[in-house]
Ligand binder design. Structure first.
Ligand code: AHR
Length: 691
């Protein structure tokens, strides 16, 4: 011991430092956690797509969300009346109603000459003023709004369109249409809001003699960017997620892509049986590809293998990628997009294995269906890459909690058996698979007990919660190892995962961000197997109301990682293994604990192959300050380290539109002396340079 101390003193003197012998209490204060980065242990490159996003035509993700349209049901799927409830029901959280102005009987739904969809409201003004209105619009004072209406009239009817923000006679702006024709015509108008209000209304009211009929109506803030909310485009562009998946999700299995092209006012609103809501189809293929262009992101389209068919999927490939001389390419050009988009990544279906999926079928039949799709799609464009809709043994088994009982099999499902969805696809469809998808939605309130074959309810503490996703990442990787053993030709072909849906446990406030961080770390560790990941969902990157938006803590995390994480994962060892959790291998836990051996911290090291810089990122999920000793095997870093820290005061802290700076990335430079101290509830990235 003495001998070691002497060496330490000599070394310190050589460096011009004062040597202070360790006293008993200084020894006690030395960090107990040790981590060593092995500079010569390089993993496969981390694909940028790991920082991807999942989006779906679901809830208010696009409608009354990213898409700037402010009106609900702008093409009148529902009748305009005073009824309490909507039939069929509508599960959207933000769904405004059209109501009659004047007598309800003056508004009839015209089903014979509907402009779009199944009906259009026809308003008879014979008995005085009558019309329709939608209230609940949120306006910002001085902001300008662009409107559009498709309307026709009979007799001599004068229609006033008003944006109303109060009860006074001057609390509105109005445009008058007094030249309506029997045929539908489109009119444009612009309003400027005179107040900040949350319950403004758009009113369309006629007077005179005769009737008028509204085919479609739209209202958007004038600063929208090609139909998207300008503030959200700016935030998401700044974050720079490299790939977006669209249009689903469960929604996809009932989606008819042809409903979402051409004049948006003429695209039919359709009932969405996956989510029990209505899809306006305003956000269609060309809009999605515009979205990707605006953000500079790679598109990843997914075709409908639920109620859909191979022919339609191939037509979609042709619409998107076909030359202008092809029938679908011609249609695309007619819709204003002559140049093929050249979309490379195409998903084939979504969660076909699940009972909840429209068009769910046996694995045997699904393998055949996948092959029909693959063949037809590749015929239209041999350059596309196909992502099969898989579910490994762990995904399939852990999703069994959602199945109707009695379950048809014991869990985990048998590798390569009838219920092993990914196993069956990888065996029977390998020629039509480049990558295979996996979804990670762990059970957050139960673990699986093998013996009793049941989910046992439990309350995971936060340090366990953050392991739910990492456990599933790791056990999916373990499953792929098994598939490579069991399926001839698979190892040689190498089919990486596209974890194109994953949702970190929410935790409290910043807890969700820590959970996202450690899940990304786990994916970096297995970069050989995980090529792409899609966070569920893009909405986690920002927080917004109808008039304001700001980046969220998870958005800051993604921006930080996208900008600064290196592309090469490095080996990391430690002296403090993560705790084993209850559960069952190949269902909810891996064979060995996930995460780094630096409990309770999660540490990952990556290297930037261009600059040679090494990033060591530490997630501290505890509410205490933590320290650890960091060494590098194979090199000596400079003594100055750049630090990027996301460290809110409290775990509960959240960014809101009213407190956009509540959490920020703090940057500073620190002296590196082996011991590192990280703040409570934090994610901190250390940037080391090597000579
Ligand atoms: O919450 C999103 C849904 O979860 C997706 O639509 C589906 O693919 C998954 O089950």
């Amino acid at each position: 011991m003495k001998h070691r101390l002497l060496i330490c003193c000599l070394a310190a003197l050589a460096l011009g430092q004062v040597c202070i012998p360790l006293t008993a209490s200084a020894k006690d204060n030395a960090p107990k956690i040790e981590a060593t980065v092995h500079l010569d242990q390089e993993g496969d490159p981390i694909h940028p797509f790991i920082h991807g996003m999942f989006t779906e035509l679901l809830g208010n993700m696009f409608e009354n969300g990213i898409w700037a349209e402010m009106l609900s049901d702008r093409k009148f799927f529902y009748p305009v009346d005073n009824s309490e409830t909507l039939t069929p029901r509508n599960s959207k959280g933000h769904q405004l109603r059209w109501r009659p102005v004047g007598p309800e009987s003056a508004v009839q739904m015209d089903k014979e000459n509907a402009y779009v969809g199944k009906q259009s409201p026809k308003i008879n003004v014979a008995s005085g003023k009558a019309g329709i209105r939608q209230a609940g619009l949120w306006l910002a004072k001085g902001r300008s709004y662009d409107g559009r209406i498709v309307i026709r009239g009979e007799g001599s009817v004068k229609v006033s369109i008003s944006l109303v923000w109060g009860n006074g006679s001057s609390d509105k702006q109005t445009v008058v249409l007094d030249d309506l024709k029997n045929n539908y015509k489109k009119y444009l108008f612009t309003f400027t809001a005179g107040a900040d209000v949350r319950d403004a209304a758009l009113e369309i009211v006629g007077e005179g003699s005769g009737s008028f009929e509204v085919g479609a109506v739209s209202l958007m803030p004038s600063d929208n960017i090609e139909g998207f909310r300008a503030d959200l485009v700016a935030i998401l562009k700044e974050i720079g997620s490299p790939i977006y998946r669209w249009p689903g999700g469960n929604f996809l299995s009932g989606y008819e892509w042809r409903d979402g092209i051409g004049d948006p006012d003429q695209r039919p609103p359709r009932y969405d049986y996956a989510w029990n809501t209505v899809e306006s189809n305003d956000m269609g293929t060309d809009e999605y590809l515009t979205w990707c262009r605006l953000l500079g992101s790679e598109p990843y389209l997914v075709v409908n293998t639920g109620f859909g068919d191979a022919y339609s999927a191939a037509q979609w490939v042709e619409y998107v990628n076909g030359a202008e001389s092809t029938p679908m390419g011609r249609l695309r050009a007619k819709n204003g997009h002559p140049a093929p988009y050249g979309v490379v990544y195409w998903g084939v279906g979504n969660e076909g294995y699940g009972e909840w999926q429209l068009g769910h079928m046996s694995s045997e039949h699904y393998v055949l269906k996948h092959n029909y799709f693959g063949e037809a799609m590749l015929e239209k464009d041999p350059n596309i890459k196909l992502i099969a809709s898989g579910a490994s043994v762990p995904e399939q088994s852990s999703q069994y909690r959602n199945y109707h009982k009695p379950y048809q099999t014991s869990l985990p499902v048998e590798f390569m058996g009838y219920f092993d969805w990914s196993g069956q696809l990888l065996k029977g469809s390998l020629d039509y698979i480049d990558y295979i998808s996996e979804h990670i939605y762990p059970n957050s309130s139960a673990y699986f007990d093998l013996e009793s074959q049941s989910w046992v309810r439990t309350q995971f503490d936060f340090l366990e919660q953050i392991r739910l996703c990492t456990n599933r990442v790791k056990n999916s990787v373990e499953a792929m190892d098994k598939y490579e053993e069991l399926i001839p030709g698979l190892k040689e072909k190498h089919v990486p995962y596209w974890i194109d849906e994953w949702a970190p446990g929410r935790g409290r406030g910043f807890g969700g961000t820590i959970s996202a961080a450690v899940t990304l770390h786990e994916m970096y560790r297995y970069s050989h197997y995980v090529m792409m990941a899609g966070l569920t969902s893009v909405g986690s990157l920002y927080t917004s109301n109808d008039v304001k938006a700001t980046i969220s803590a998870t958005g800051l995390l993604f921006k930080l990682y996208i900008e600064h994480q290196g592309d090469i994962p490095l080996g990391l060892t430690g002296n403090s293994p993560q705790k084993a959790m209850k559960g069952t291998a190949f269902i909810d836990i891996p064979l060995e604990p996930s995460g780094s051996p630096t409990y309770p911290l999660d540490i990952v090291a990556t290297k930037d192959s261009k600059s040679g810089k090494v990033m060591v990122t530490v997630a501290n999920p505890t509410e205490e300050t933590q320290s650890f000793a960091l060494t590098f095997d194979g090199g000596k870093p400079g003594t100055s380290v750049k630090v990027y820290a996301l460290a809110p005061d409290k775990m509960e802290d959240l960014i809101t539109v009213d407190e956009p700076n509540k959490i920020q990335v703090q940057t500073r430079t620190e002296k590196f002396n082996k011991n590192i101290t990280v703040a409570p509830n934090s994610v901190t990235m250390y940037e080391f340079t090597f000579k």
